[in-house]
Write a protein that binds this ligand. Sequence first.
Ligand code: HPA
Length: 265
Amino acid sequence: MGDLEFHLPENLGDHAPKIGLVLGSGLGSFVNTLTDTEQVAYAEIKGLPKSNVEGHAGQLHLGKLGGVEIAIAQGRVHLYEGWTAKETAAMIRLFHQLEIKTVVLTNAAGIVNANFKPGRWMLISDHLNLTRQSPLTGVPAFIDQTEVYSHALREMLKSEAAEMASSNLFEGVYAWVNGPEYETPAEVRMLRGMGADAVGMSTVPEAIQARALGMRVVGLSCLTNYGAGLTGQPLSHEEVVEVGKHAAGELFTLLESAVPAMVEI
Ligand code: HPA
């Protein structure tokens, strides 16, 4: 036990989750789809950073989804709160300690590709790390990043989504920025020029950490708003949260069928 980074309350020892899911802001209610659930506050897990931002619940849920054991992190920490990249990826190391092999990362993101629509979801195909921070600083691990986001799992998610009549899943490149302020119109044009389709303040350090630990990664962005300058309207955090809540239902339906299927691939 002495070498473990995290110390979990003993009663959670009976769970053997196969998949770890991180829920972005506005998506917390997905935990209600779990059965046989136990939960623990991040504050009770020694070694785990806990958010001081209001509305980030900070609970780890262990339970079953479609018969498959899963761990769900409800709430994450960000660089803009003052955490290091390594700290923002702590939950992934905890998932690894639980012997999880597949992680599903969700977030809210702004649209950079004007062909995309708010309220829809984007499967992350690749990322741009524009923060110049890495969770692997000090390790150092020269990991390959040719396929951070599992091609096989993306194909499976796309075919599951195609079977859902209401679903319309985009796919594209997610740019990770420091925040907390949203971008300027000039920055959004720059991001587009660099090849980004969406922009946000999370997920990438978790994806890098997961790959460094040999885990498979899926990333899904809720496209909550057009990036600055694409519509002429100012951005509001309230709108981002509201759109995220409305778009959640569609993702939940997709995750309910696709997540248990991931253990078969
Ligand atoms: N920019 C960065 N992060 C975001 C945005 C945005 O427009 N919307 C939601 N998260």
